[in-house]
Design a protein around this ligand. Structure first.
Ligand code: KIV
Length: 281
């Protein structure tokens, strides 16, 4: 199918079935207009908890709440008709145990209409993933660098180098075995990502991992150049819209100060213009 042909939104099983096929395309989105722009180009769109850093100015994802995810999830849902909607479970909404995870995942699905949730963690989350999947909630797992755990991981470091590789591989096996329909591999060395992709039966979605993964995801504000606080090595800038937007704002400010805006074409006359009479013949 061409990138722009009209398609039906895939579900979790459609995504699972894409293992080893044409790479899955995904981006994050947090607003309706951005979701509309990416709808026909993406297989799934993630409302990531990165929303906290990208749109709300937080310094990590730890302060993101269920209410924020629901609000942005509803906004993104309005912009999608062809791509699947996946929403992140925020920090503190699922780690206590399967029941807490079910309650909050069910709320995300009921209030946003999302088709699946994503949660961070490997072996330690397998029981929770199994519980959710058995009760009708498709789960995308997220292993490697899990940003909700930066305080125990010691920062945004590559995960799975040297002796750590076996632990990341065990995480991948655990989430796949528990029934996750796909797994995000974040900041995992390329060879390890390729090994995991070859070993597990579900699609791997890379972010700072390998082109050999079954799909890729990026934070949209990173790849479009809106988020400029820092640029991770794994981000490719496909556009530089931040500086472009600032130039537009600067020009507007200069126009206002010079009374060059609004111009004659932007203001209204006292009298409504006369209605046009249809021409004869
Ligand atoms: O929150 C997020 O945006 C994510 C992606 C980076 C995978 O989890």
């Amino acid at each position: 199918m061409s990138a722009t042909a009209k398609k039906q939104a895939p579900n979790a099983e459609d995504i699972r079935a894409r293992k080893g096929g044409t790479p899955l395309v995904s981006l994050t989105a947090y607003t309706t207009p951005m979701a509309r722009l990416m709808d026909k180009h993406c297989d799934f769109v993630l409302v990531g908890d990165s929303v906290g850093m990208v749109l709300h100015g937080l310094t990590s994802t730890l302060g993101v709440t269920m209410e924020m995810m629901i609000l942005h999830g509803q906004a993104v849902a309005r912009g999608l008709s062809q791509a699947m909607l996946v929403i992140d479970m925020p920090f503190g909404s699922y780690e206590e145990g399967p029941q807490q995870a079910f309650r909050n995942a069910a709320r995300l699905m009921a209030e946003t209409g999302c088709a699946a949730v994503k949660l961070e963690g490997g072996v330690e989350m397998a029981e929770t993933i199994r519980f959710l999947v058995k009760r009708g909630i498709p789960v995308m797992a997220h292993i490697g660098l899990t940003p909700q755990s930066i305080n125990t991981l010691g920062g945004y470091k590559v995960q799975g180098r040297d002796a750590q590789a076996d632990a990341v591989l065990a995480d991948a096996r655990a989430v796949a075995g528990a029934g996750a329909f796909s797994v995000v591999l974040e900041k995992v060395p390329q060879k390890l990502a390729d090994k995991i992709t070859a070993e597990v039966a579900i699609p791997t979605i890379g972010i700072g991992a390998s082109a050999g993964c079954d799909g890729q995801i990026l934070v949209v504000d990173d790849m479009l150049g809106f988020f400029t606080a820092f640029k991770p090595k794994f981000v490719k800038r496909y556009a530089d819209l931040g500086p472009l937007a600032e130039a537009g704002i600067a020009e507007y400010a200069a126009d206002v100060r010079a009374r060059a805006f609004p111009g004659a074409e932007h203001v209204f006359a006292d009298q409504a213009p006369a209605a046009k009479t249809p021409s004869k013949g």
